[in-house]
Design a protein around this ligand. Structure first.
Ligand code: PNS
Length: 167
C-alpha cells in the first residue's frame, strides 16, 4: 500500500483568514492529508473560543476533502507524534515573519530532530493580512469582507457586538 503523507498546519487561527485558507489549500495539494490544528493555549486569552475557532476553520476548509481540523494543547511536536506526522506547515508573509518562524522551527527541531518545518509563501495579496489586523480593522468599522470567509465575518459581528479585542 502507498505510504500516506500527513502534514500538520498549526496556528492560533483566531480567527482563520483568507491568508490561512490560501496556505491550507496549497498544502492540501501537496500532501495526502493535512491536519489544521488550532492551538488551545491556557496562558493566552483568545478572542474566539476554541470551539468557535475550530468551527470557523472547519467551515472555511470544507471544500478540501483531505483536510481535517482539530485542536491541540501543549507542545506541537508531541501533537505531531500523536498524529503520526513529521511535517509542520507554516505560512510566510514578509521578512518580518521570518525571525519568529526561524526561531520556532529551530526550537521544534531541537525538540524533535526528525520533524521538518516547511514554509509556504503566501500570495502577495495576503502579505499584509493577519488575524489581529482583521479584528482591529473590524473593531474600528473598516471593511474586512474580502479578508475572511463569510462564517468568520458573521462571527466577528456577533463577537464584537458583545466584547472588545483581547488578542
Ligand atoms: O498562529 P500562531 O499563533 O503564530 O501559531 C503559533 C504556534 C501555534 C505554531 C506555536 O505557538 C506553537 O506551536 N505552540 C505550541 C507550543 C510549543 O510547541 N512550543 C514550542 C516551540 S517554541
Amino acid at each position: 500500500m502507498k505510504r500516506q503523507i500527513k502534514a500538520v498546519y498549526p496556528g492560533s487561527f483566531d480567527p482563520i483568514t483568507n491568508g490561512h485558507i490560501y496556505i491550507a489549500e496549497r498544502a492540501a495539494a501537496l500532501f495526502d492529508e493535512l491536519v489544521v490544528s488550532v492551538l488551545l493555549n491556557p496562558q493566552k486569552q483568545a478572542t474566539f473560543s476554541i470551539e468557535d475557532r475550530r468551527a470557523m476553520a472547519r467551515e472555511a476548509l470544507s471544500h478540501l476533502p483531505n483536510v481535517k481540523v482539530n485542536s491541540f494543547t501543549g507542545l506541537l511536536v508531541d501533537f505531531l507524534r500523536r498524529e503520526h506526522s513529521r511535517i509542520i506547515i507554516r505560512g510566510l508573509r514578509a521578512l518580518s515573519d521570518f525571525e519568529y518562524e526561524f526561531q520556532l522551527a529551530l526550537m521544534n527541531r531541537q525538540l524533535a530532530p526528525d520533524i521538518e518545518t516547511l514554509f509556504i509563501v503566501t500570495d502577495a495579496k495576503y502579505s499584509y493580512l493577519s488575524s489581529r489586523a482583521v479584528k482591529e480593522i473590524f473593531h474600528f468599522g473598516g471593511p474586512v469582507q474580502d479578508m475572511v470567509p463569510p462564517g468568520v465575518y458573521r462571527r466577528l459581528r456577533e463577537r464584537f457586538a458583545r466584547r472588545s479585542i483581547t488578542s
